[in-house]
Design a protein around this ligand. Structure first.
Ligand code: XMP
Length: 511
């Protein structure tokens, strides 16, 4: 079945992905393309959204694609730079603004009788971020809204389904943004809301069946959300022909290997748990440089996975849990030619399993959609709600060199921290949490004895994608109890600190 879909042309705004997600929250499928790579198959799109951009329409680096195949032919919603460019492209005038508008503003005038503004009223708060302004509307332009400072805050072009807004409907602070996108897409462009987790599952399973037939597929499970949901979709499509491999690198959380393996088996997956802890820990012995540790773990993983993949006869495909943000072609801030697609699998000089054909059932989904798809397959909510965990695991949370004893200590500390977050109902409010074992000993006193033992740092952050993050203001009582429990229960630790650094400038992991 062909879904209705919306094309989002990206001019490099930091909010472009947010537009795509907001559209999908309306159960409408959307795709992002760079502004200079307008797809040939325009007829398959029901509406087009032009994103914002960090550059000015008037600058030398201006991004000026030819919109003549779109304007007047498809419903358009042009946002911020998109609105300015649409005005410029259509013969209007854009100039530098006397008053820059950043942040909160209110719509002081609204042409309320318009379908575009159904259920939106004068005074509505919008989020602005621009220093240029549309001075003169293009021919046929009709003013739809103004703020105190910006007259042409919204306009349409007469006798077309062409709409332009200077503000950002996709951000949370534009309080009627969701309604506005709804009005444009559903009332004006009449796009069908036919994109749901259930329909995604049904269609993906059918596609996978057709694509894979009786072929065997191998997939590396990590215990994380993406690989688990990808596995469930493939399992529905090809059952026992899906061979999952779950590797214990000895750097997982306490009991994680056993618990997650058990959970996978309960889901009916054909999964092989491979305990390669010794191989990883031996290879890491004496290594303390973070990037070297990462490289070793990556290399050993490939060796282990390759051995296992070889033990499956006639395997043809490698499945990966790649998601949409990994494959969106990005537009560089200046619109230069640096646009690239991140590659997950290259050719040549690679282990055999990487020469398999690749199947990526989640590659059109955002992270929150992966969770919704998992939920619609009745997957365990605890599995779907798990915090992200880095591939190199505890190795990059043990600063400096790594020993089995340090891994054991950190696993104990981490388990207390995470279990307490769960029992205080804080786990779901935190994006990621973990403990770091620091390479310092400090003096303490226990009973009447002097101690000289390890220090651990706890870290809990809120974030949406890990690119930026802030520390979470955990209750003092929680920290007090957790610190006490760690020091009393974990032999070898006599000091606990809490990390209050944001990213940037700090990173989430300490290595
Ligand atoms: P940083 O420390 O860069 O982390 O702020 C951002 C996010 O990425 C995770 N991370 C990794 N994940 N391999 C991974 O699979 C790695 O080498 C790695 N390093 C960091 C980190 O846990 C956080 O979610």
């Amino acid at each position: 079945m062909q879904h209705n879909k919306v094309l989002i042309l990206d001019f490099g705004s930091q909010y472009t992905q947010l537009i795509a997600r907001r559209v999908r929250e309306l159960n409408i499928y959307s795709e992002i393309y760079p502004y200079n790579k307008i797809p040939d198959q325009l007829e398959s799109y029901n509406a087009v959204i032009l994103s914002g951009s960090p550059v000015s329409v008037r600058s030398d680096e201006a991004l000026h694609p030819d919109l003549s195949n779109i304007r007047g032919k498809k419903p358009i919603l042009a946002v911020c730079y998109g609105a300015q460019y649409l005005a410029h492209f259509s013969g209007g005038e854009v100039s530098e603004s006397n008053t820059r508008e950043y942040g909160r503003a209110n719509l002081a005038y609204i042409k309320e009788e318009e379908d575009f503004f159904e259920n939106i009223h004068k005074g509505s708060q919008v989020w602005m971020s621009h220093s240029d302004t549309i001075k003169q509307l293009p021919e046929g332009g009709v003013l739809l809204a103004s703020t105190e400072d910006v007259e042409n805050a919204a306009f349409k072009i007469e006798n077309e389904q062409t709409y332009a807004i200077q503000f950002h409907p996709e951000v949370y602070h534009s309080t009627d943004g969701h309604q506005l996108l709804h009005n444009f897409l559903i009332k004006i462009a009449r796009v069908n809301q036919d994109w749901t987790p259930q329909s995604f599952v049904e269609e993906t399973v059918d596609d996978l069946k057709a694509k894979l037939g009786n072929d065997k597929v191998v997939l590396g499970l990590s215990g994380g959300v993406d690989s688990s949901v990808a596995a469930m979709l493939l399992h529905k499509a090809i059952g026992k022909n899906l061979y999952c491999i779950f590797v214990n690198n000895g750097l997982l959380r306490k009991n994680e290997f056993e618990d997650v393996l058990h959970q996978y088996e309960g889901m009916g997956l054909n999964v092989k748990g491979v305990d390669a802890s010794a191989r990883f820990l031996d290879a890491l012995a004496g290594k303390s440089e973070p990037e070297e540790k990462r490289k070793i773990i990556g290399r050993v993983f490939i060796e282990v996975f390759d051995d296992e993949a070889h033990s499956i006869q006639d395997v043809k495909w490698l499945a990966q849990g790649t998601i949409y943000p990994d494959v969106i072609e990005s537009v560089s801030a200046t619109g230069g030619p640096s646009a690239t697609i991140k590659s997950h699998h290259n050719v040549g000089g690679l282990p055999d399993f990487m020469k398999l054909k690749v199947v990526e059932p989640l590659k059109s989904l955002f992270k929150d959609e992966v969770r919704r798809v998992g939920a619609s397959m009745n997957m365990d909510s605890q599995l779907l709600g798990r915090h992200p965990f880095p591939g190199p695991g505890l190795a990059i949370r043990i600063l400096g060199d790594l020993t089995r004893e340090k891994v054991r200590i950190l696993q104990e500390v981490d388990a207390i921290f995470i279990n307490n977050l769960k029992s205080w109902n804080l786990y779901d409010k935190v994006w990621q949490a973990g403990a770091m074992l620091l390479p310092v000993n400090s003096v303490g006193v226990m009973g009447d004895e002097r101690t000289y033992e390890k220090c651990v740092a706890l870290r809990a952050v809120e974030s949406t994608d890990g690119m930026t993050a802030d520390w979470v203001n955990l209750p003092y009582e929680f920290l007090q109890k957790t610190s006490n429990e760690i020091i009393n229960r974990v032999k070898g630790v006599n000091r606990v600190v809490y990390d209050i650094s944001s990213k940037p400038p700090a990173t989430i992991e300490w290595e």
